[in-house]
Design a protein around this ligand. Structure first.
Ligand code: WTA
Length: 650
């Protein structure tokens, strides 16, 4: 049985002594941040270098129909200057990025701030030479190589808006994103090595570009040297061109509210939406959370194990750490290649001080046994972090005992692509932790627990309901690219006056928050966010499929698995071959991360008389939980359910 209120783990006295923030300071700063946000953020905003300082701090409105979010709106700055140029005075020779390649025997790179400056300037000059202008969108489809960071920062330097697409997405998914944001250019590499295998990114991009305007140009980073086709007048060899352009490039002054990037993420309906983050508030929030959540100190080596294709990589590999003049480690590989000790070997090799990963990775490594950990020296570690999904107590305990040796603070950070940075998280020198709880809000964040039916705030300390946020914070997304109405509808219409997160939560007697998972049709598969609607629309696009319904079910390693109910066209017969074909189909339509774990043939789906699919029932069947199917009397044809139960794939 889960202990509803376990004994907290306080930080050690030694840790508290050196921490940026202890318990008293947290309380005082938090109080100041919510009682007078203008003054608090007005002061904190000075952490950034402004070309023209702001005079206005906060101008935000959550009212449906007029949602408008602006921070530091009249300030002018450049994000790349904040992440690079301003550090050149004091830390030009400090390593900015440590790059650890997929193959452990290949050479790791240590890129100093001076080198980073030159690479980013050259990259920016290549973009300019291709006609990229301020405000133009640039899609980045790269492996975890330094060029991914160069490309992002080069866009920021010249005021272009990047949209990074995870290298695991298929050509179709890439094409959709290029078209949705009307990108002028896509940056890719010949191949993406991962876990000893290579994904052919350039040929994926070639396939994607068949569905895009022929004006879209393609910059190619020759990374592995693998053979690719080459289309004259469209494809550009970036590395070769970087050698020919000037090593310096002036920064473009940008308004605080000019867009910095668009990042596509899954919602409960329709196609992925382009989450827009802007320059000033986002950068301030990413940098503050990186510093305080991980208690980052000058000279530390910080490793966020996410991919730059996700928001975690944006905020905690690139923008947050570099804004703070940190040393950020970027890892090309996977935790289990060549074997399950790789993470721990990388920590030993580069003397990592803060390590940030996802519960799914911990669970996968936990299953391999402790001998992979024991042979590595992890004594450099000071703080451990997790993100992406609720961490189960078993995984927390394993992480604590084997990696933290029972001594290190673990920060379980709850946040979203939409929030730009951590929202609910322990601060390691201030917050006693409880396994499985994201604990308390970051500065300026006012979480509320709402009654899901009435939408009223539950005022008691102990509460259970849906998680919403009462007021804006600087890292908040500003809009959905090209569709502000969708932005308002998705986040501000269900519960008026609040930002609705889509997550359920519980607040315990100490005021700690426990995230209970999504309350909408968004899945969290191995920490990757997937919309059931996207997978369903991929399935029904297959010629054999009449209808499909996708739900999540608990999965030991992935957190959630993908369970698809498929109704075939009348002239189709179920077969293992067709099942494989459908799996392959989803991989091509979206990418390997969306491949269903289970496909169940469903002659009919449970629907209400008005034709709405009753997902609640499908979820229960997928979970093998038939005792609590609830009321099925409103179904148009209740016998459908008996059939699904009888044929459930075990
Ligand atoms: C889930 C990832 C519990 C949550 C940064 C959220 C978490 C979604 C946690 C956002 C956590 C993230 N505990 N659940 N510490 N962190 N989530 O946009 O459901 O990829 O809404 O951002 O992940 O996923 P996204």
């Amino acid at each position: 049985m889960l202990d509803e209120n376990p004994k907290p783990y306080p930080p050690s006295d030694d840790f508290v002594k050196n921490a940026h923030v202890d318990a008293d300071r947290y309380k005082a700063m938090y109080e100041a941040s919510v009682s007078d946000p203008e003054t608090f953020w007005g002061e904190e905003g000075k952490r950034l270098d402004w070309i023209t300082p702001y005079t206005k701090v906060k101008s935000t409105d959550f009212t449906l129909g007029q949602v408008d979010i602006k921070w530091f709106e009249d300030g002018v700055l450049n994000v790349a200057a904040n992440c690079i140029d301003r550090h050149l005075k004091d830390r030009a020779d400090q390593t900015a990025i440590i790059w650890e390649p997929d193959e452990p025997d290949a050479e790791a790179l240590h890129i100093t701030y001076r080198e980073l400056h030159e690479k980013v300037c050259r990259f920016a000059n290549v973009l300019l030479s291709q006609g990229v202008m301020r405000g133009d969108r640039v899609v980045i489809y790269l492996p975890m190589i330094p060029e991914a960071a160069y490309a992002m920062l080069a866009c920021a330097r010249i005021g272009a808006v990047h949209s990074v697409v995870f290298a695991g997405f298929s050509p179709d998914a890439l094409a959709n994103r290029i078209n949705n944001c009307d990108a002028k250019l896509v940056i890719t590499a010949d191949e993406a090595p991962r876990g000893g295998r290579k994904t052919p990114l350039k040929s994926n991009t070639d396939a994607a570009l068949l569905h895009c305007s022929d004006k879209v140009r393609c910059l190619v980073v020759k990374h592995t040297g693998g053979q690719t086709t080459w289309i004259e007048n469209r494809d550009v060899d970036v590395k070769a061109m970087m050698e020919t352009v000037a090593p310096d490039c002036p920064v473009r002054p940008m308004g605080a509210e000019d867009p910095l990037f668009v990042l596509y993420t899954s919602g409960s309906t329709g196609q992925p939406k382009g989450v827009v983050h802007t320059c000033g508030g986002y950068l301030l929030y990413a940098s503050m959370t990186q510093k305080f959540t991980f208690d980052y100190h000058d000279g530390d080596v910080f490793w966020c194990g996410a991919d730059v294709g996700w928001v975690t990589g944006h905020s905690y590999i690139v923008y947050g750490p570099l804004a703070n003049g940190a040393t950020s480690l970027m890892f090309e590989g996977v935790p289990t290649y060549p074997d399950a000790s790789r993470f721990w070997q990388v920590i030993e090799k580069h003397k990592v001080n803060q390590f940030y990963t996802a519960p799914t990775a911990i669970r996968a490594l936990m299953g391999q046994g402790t001998e992979f950990v024991e042979k590595c020296d992890l004594s450099s570690l000071k703080v451990l972090g997790t993100v992406g999904e609720p961490i189960n107590p078993e995984a927390w305990n394993w992480y604590n005992e084997n990696i933290g040796k029972g001594k290190l603070p673990i920060v379980d950070t709850w946040w979203q692509t939409e929030t730009g940075g951590h929202m609910i998280t322990p601060l390691p020198g201030a917050t006693p932790t409880k396994p499985g709880s994201a604990t308390l809000p970051f500065f300026g964040v006012q979480p509320v627990v709402l009654d899901p039916q009435s939408g009223d705030e539950i005022e008691t300390v102990e509460a259970e309901g849906v998680l919403a946020i009462k007021d804006s914070w600087p890292g908040q997304m500003r809009t959905v690219y090209g569709d502000h109405e969708r932005f308002e509808k998705t986040y501000f219409s269900d519960y008026k006056g609040y930002y609705f997160s889509g997550d359920g939560c519980r607040r315990d007697a100490d005021g700690y928050y426990w995230i209970t998972g999504r309350v909408d049709d968004v899945l969290n598969v191995s920490g990757h966010r997937m919309g059931t609607a996207e997978i369903e629309s991929a399935l029904v696009a297959h010629i054999a499929v009449a209808e499909a319904a996708v739900v999540g079910y608990p999965h030991e390693i992935k957190g959630q698995g993908i369970y698809a109910y498929v109704t075939l066209m009348n002239d189709q017969e179920p077969s293992d071959e067709l099942r494989k074909d459908l799996e392959k189909w989803v991989r091509t339509e979206i990418g390997p991360i969306a491949k269903p774990d289970h496909i169940q043939w469903a002659p009919g789906l449970p629907k209400t008389r008005s034709g709405k699919i009753m997902r609640r029932i499908l979820r229960k069947i997928a979970e093998n939980d038939y005792g609590s199917l609830g009321d099925t009397s409103t179904l148009a044809d209740p016998s459908v359910v008996d059939d699904l139960i009888a044929n459930r794939k075990s």
